[in-house]
Design a protein around this ligand. Structure first.
Ligand SMILES: [Zn+2]
Length: 358
């Protein structure tokens, strides 16, 4: 749904704000808001046919380097100022090792990219998004009043929001979510429609939440499990874009509509909208992940994060369904924690509670 890119290349666009939110804004917003929403939606329609499979490297090329790799210490961040225009990447304002740029969004993008790099490097032994040290390229102040953030296959881009519906997109769980789309793409991919697309969104939310919890030092029961906390505008009735702890409760607003996420397969939403509900049905695996972490306690980026990361590396199925994914998480848990271990039993219970038989 992003306005920003030329459609000449076939990279997938993964936006943080889904089309069903824009559709409500187009109906209920004031004229300027409705225009903005219609314009974003029109572009989404144009891009739908061009959107290619969300894969890049074949699994054999995916790069997980050994923890001894000296490059694991060092991200290569390149933050650009979009200067409120559409061109990407814009003007380079802060490279690796530079002091603060003085542009708050750019400095937040820089610091957060470092924290996300460190999650993947230190916890999972991965050197950057592609596993081979790729630069972390981001653009802030992308377009004017732009109500979205996205990964375009090569870089992250963040609007400032219009100050009314969204106040910012520079928030760690959003930044980590977008960067995780890059990790997914370079791990064999999950095609961005229907269940595999909802898994793509789910995995991005998981690492978004884990990056946030790790920086805050929050254990499972202290964490808020929200994606995009604080990014909604001052007049919007809601706390975040999504909730992994309680899908469907993140917002309920006259202008923005109501959070449509289910948490159980009985409420699975069969729709052609939103690439087959990729931002909607992700609530189901999101809740299973939350339940697993809650049963286990402790730090979610450790055992649960390692299991999800290994699942992503091993699944080798870009069209995976929810139950394919759940099966693979159990294989990963058995390999890492031992068959019949407590994590394996608790994980099985979590999937069952959201209606996925494993
Ligand atoms: Zn996403």
């Amino acid at each position: 749904m992003c306005l920003s890119l030329s459609c000449s290349h076939h990279n997938p666009i993964a936006c943080i704000v889904p089309p069903y939110m824009l559709r409500v804004l187009a109906l209920r917003g004031d004229p300027a808001t409705a225009d903005m929403a219609r314009s974003l939606l029109r572009h989404d329609e144009q891009m739908r046919d061009e959107r290619a499979a969300f894969t890049s490297l074949p699994p054999g090329l995916q790069g997980v380097l050994p923890a001894a790799d000296p490059d694991l210490c060092c991200p290569d961040r390149r933050i650009h100022d979009g200067e409120f225009r559409a061109a990407l990447p814009g003007r380079l304002v802060r490279s690796e090792g530079d002091g603060p740029s003085g542009i708050p969004d750019a400095d937040m993008a820089y610091d957060s990219a470092g924290q996300v790099f460190s999650l993947f490097a230190e916890e999972y032994g991965r050197n950057s998004l592609d596993g081979r040290g790729m630069p972390l390229v981001a653009t802030v102040q992308h377009r004017r009043n732009y109500n979205n953030a996205f990964w375009d296959g090569q870089q992250m881009a963040y609007g400032t929001g219009d100050g009314k519906i969204f106040r910012t997109f520079l928030e760690l769980s959003v930044i980590a979510h977008e960067m995780a789309h890059g990790v997914i793409q370079h791990s064999g991919g999950l095609i961005y429609e229907n269940q595999s697309g909802a898994l793509n969104e789910h995995v991005a939310d998981v690492f978004g939440a884990l990056a946030q919890q790790r920086v805050l030092g929050h254990e499972v029961h202290q964490a808020d499990w929200l994606v995009g906390r604080g990014i909604l505008g001052p007049g919007i009735n809601g706390v975040a874009l999504r909730s992994m702890k309680a899908p469907g409760t993140a917002y309920s607003d006259d202008l923005l509509g109501t959070d449509p996420q289910p948490w159980h397969m009985d409420q699975f939403n069969t729709t052609t909208d939103d690439n087959g509900g990729v931002h909607i049905n992700s609530g189901i695996p999101n809740h299973a992940f939350y339940l697993f972490c809650a049963y286990l306690g402790g730090r979610s980026w450790e055992v649960p994060g390692r299991i999800w990361y290994k699942t992503l590396q091993d699944i080798n199925n870009p069209m995976a369904s929810f139950s394919d994914w759940a099966d693979q998480t159990l294989r990963a848990a058995s390999a890492l924690e031992g068959a019949g271990s407590a994590p394996v039993l608790l994980l099985r219970r979590a999937w069952k509670l959201v209606g996925i038989a494993v």
